[in-house]
Design a protein around this ligand. Sequence first.
Ligand SMILES: [Zn+2]
Length: 65
Amino acid sequence: MSEEQSIPCPHCGFEFLIDPRDMLAGGLCTCPTCKKRVGLKDGAEGMASNTMARLRGLQEAVGKQ
Ligand SMILES: [Zn+2]
């Protein structure tokens, strides 16, 4: 299973690759298009619900490893 995952940027909608384990550890990824930083904390406020669902799926996948 690839560890690379992509999510749509909550700011501009561009889909880019993230490191799910880095995200789940509280890290931030920088959107390559709008340069805004995206983290799980942002998700609570601004991410689309489908993005949050995907991140929850990642949490489950990482937790099982
Ligand atoms: Zn963006």
